[in-house]
Write a protein that binds this ligand. Structure first.
Ligand code: AMO
Length: 439
């Protein structure tokens, strides 16, 4: 039989109970983290989202009903504790709670599929199989508190800079980032796809006159490869702005990344401490490295690479050894960038595309876009794609499309750079990869 809350409500998160409430009554709600029953006295650690507090039950001094309830406790059960705060030099936060009433809200089955108390380390697959338990660990929930701070900062940043938040369709008819990475789905009598990127829609919003838009949403990529930085479902922070060139939107990206780091450093101190990360606020302006110089660096590290090739994993690693923190790669060959990227007017071999790297990992890419209808149609055909499949997109270029630029920033990869983690699966609540579709 599980108890209901009835009129019980939490008065404090565990971390907010302190000696200023000495002798006061508090109600806490949480999970039984640890039980130590020494016979005459029991020590129970209760954990909630914010921390852990000690409940001390000297059996002679508390009611027999409370003693009976405590006997039923099992690890990870959900309980409510009403009791008096008492200063205690020995307890973890300098205070403990002497219980006057206890509610067992839900008993947890035993044994647990994994230990959420950080004592026993588990492999990532075991952890993801029981993700709800894994997420109870402060070292794991910290990652998502940092992500929440990051996304909040992103929204505030865009709003303050005059951007309008948009929501574009995720069920789409065509590819944007190259044809092979699409997930086909059945859409009534037709074939459709899960969206790889809001690219075409955010550009159409420029023709719609919205001037500056952003979107934070899922992207779906049918990538076959199993790596530490690719997932099949990721979150992309996308922006697009009219009457701006690539340099303008690179500055916005630079400022946004710096602002996120400042806010996370300031607002997530305990989370960063839990993760043992010492975040450094970057130099005001990230270094800018031309693609052709990057090729030279990569070759100098004995990783063969020709001008015109995309960066291999080995090339990224070679670059990462040379470059610290965040840096831009610019002047990419037009050939290896998508059709919507604007070629350089004087030298069409190179483009107005850029990537933002963090050490050896690409966290964002963007560009000034082609806004001229004829050129765009030509570029689509050059990529071996059929302009007819892009009819409704192309139409928006025929009736007043302003020059525009934008970028997509991978939220999960960005979070890796903030948390110092090297597996993207750690930074997604319920990751989707080649082998995993549950939970
Ligand atoms: P791109 O394909 O480079 O560009 O994607 C933008 C950013 O999204 C993240 N990302 C991924 N993260 C995890 N797993 C994946 N499979 C994955 N794929 C992409 C990366 C990447 O830098 N339309 C352009 C953006 C633009 O030009 O505005 C685009 O989608 O961090």
């Amino acid at each position: 039989m599980t108890s209901l809350l009835n009129d019980w409500r939490r008065t404090h998160y565990t971390k907010n109970v302190n000696d200023s409430q000495n002798d006061e009554e508090v109600v806490i709600m949480g999970w039984v983290h640890e039980i130590r029953d020494l016979g005459g006295i029991a020590f129970i650690l209760i954990r909630d989202r914010e921390g852990v507090i000690q409940v001390t039950a000297p059996k002679k001094h508390i009611s027999p009903e409370v003693v009976e309830e405590i006997k039923k406790f099992r690890k990870e059960s959900v309980v409510g504790i009403k009791g008096k705060v008492q200063e205690s030099g020995k307890a973890p936060n300098g205070v403990e709670i002497i219980p006057t009433e206890i509610k067992i809200l839900n008993l947890a089955n035993q044994p647990l599929p994994m230990d959420p108390t950080e004592k026993v380390k588990a492999e990532i697959d075991t952890r993801l199989d029981s993700r709800f338990l894994d997420l109870r660990k402060s070292s794991v929930s910290s990652i998502f508190k940092i992500k929440s701070k990051m996304l909040h900062t992103v929204r505030v940043f865009f709003e303050e800079n005059g951007f309008i938040e948009t929501n574009t369709p995720k069920l789409v008819a065509s590819a944007t980032e190259g044809g092979t990475e699409l997930f086909p789905i059945t859409y009534f009598e037709r074939e459709a796809f899960l969206s790889q990127s809001p690219q075409l829609y955010k550009q159409m919003m420029m023709s719609a006159g919205f001037d500056k838009v952003y979107e934070i949403a899922q992207i779906f990529r049918a990538e076959e490869h199993d790596t530490l930085r690719h997932l099949n479902e990721a979150i992309s922070i996308d922006m697009e702005a009219s009457f701006m060139d690539d340099k303008d939107v690179m500055k916005l990206l630079n400022d946004l990344v710096s602002q996120v780091i400042i806010n996370v450093k300031d607002g997530c101190k305990s989370e960063l401490a839990t993760l043992e990360v010492d975040l450094e606020v970057p130099e005001e302006q990230f270094e800018i490295l031309k693609y052709s110089d990057a090729v030279d660096i990569i070759n100098s590290k004995d990783v063969p690479m020709e001008w015109g090739e995309d960066l291999s994993r080995a090339a990224e690693k070679a670059l990462g050894e040379m470059m610290e923190g965040y840096y831009f790669l610019t002047e990419w060959p037009t050939e290896i960038k998508p059709f919507y990227v604007m070629p350089n007017e004087k030298n069409p071999e190179i483009s107005h595309a850029f990537d933002l790297m963090y050490k050896d990992i690409e966290i964002s890419s963007g560009a000034m876009r082609v806004h001229q209808y004829d050129l765009l149609k030509e570029r689509i055909a050059e990529k071996g794609l059929n302009p007819d499949s892009f009819g409704s997109y192309l139409k928006s270029f025929e009736y007043g499309m302003p020059p525009h630029s934008g970028w997509g920033l991978g939220a999960d990869r960005f979070n890796m750079s903030l948390t110092g983690l090297n597996n993207i699966r750690e930074t997604v609540l319920f990751p989707r990869d080649r082998r995993r579709l549950t939970p």
